[in-house]
Design a protein around this ligand. Structure first.
Ligand SMILES: [Zn+2]
Length: 138
């Protein structure tokens, strides 16, 4: 059962009958009706956004494939579809790590892990991904 409304992202969803053999849900916050099929579409959008985000942060198609489990051919087609071009990252070195929440907190507690680098933390399924970049030393 989905727990998030695809429209307003609130977690206040209840079952609301069956339409054309599919379970229908209703959001109690915005009164939006949706079926599981629509929710599937929403998950696709979620991965498109994540893939574009990672691409812009300097990750390669192969790395994105490894992280998201989406083929590099598909990722490359999204980049073309949305006409994304990224600025050169030649002065930066991008790395990433995937953490559970407690691991993330542990990592952040050590100053040497976060000092002198840029960080973005983004939700990643039930975990968190930290994208980290450092300027190359000259
Ligand atoms: Zn809603």
């Amino acid at each position: 059962m989905p727990d998030t409304c695809p429209k307003c992202q609130q977690h206040n969803v209840v079952k609301s009958g069956i339409v054309k053999e599919r379970q229908r849900f209703r959001c109690r916050d915005c009164n939006y009706y949706f079926t599981v099929k629509k929710l599937g579409k929403q998950i696709d959008d979620y991965y498109v956004t994540k893939a574009l985000q990672l691409y812009l942060e300097g990750l390669s198609f192969r790395e994105i494939e490894r992280i998201l489990g989406i083929s590099h051919v598909t990722v490359s087609s999204w980049i073309k579809k949305y006409n994304i071009s990224r600025p050169p990252h030649s002065e930066f070195h991008t790395t990433y790590k995937v953490f559970k929440q407690n691991e993330l907190l542990e990592f952040m507690q050590k100053e040497e892990n976060i000092k002198g680098s840029g960080l973005i933390i983004t939700e990643f399924g039930d975990k968190y991904m930290m994208i980290r970049w450092e300027r190359f030393r000259k």
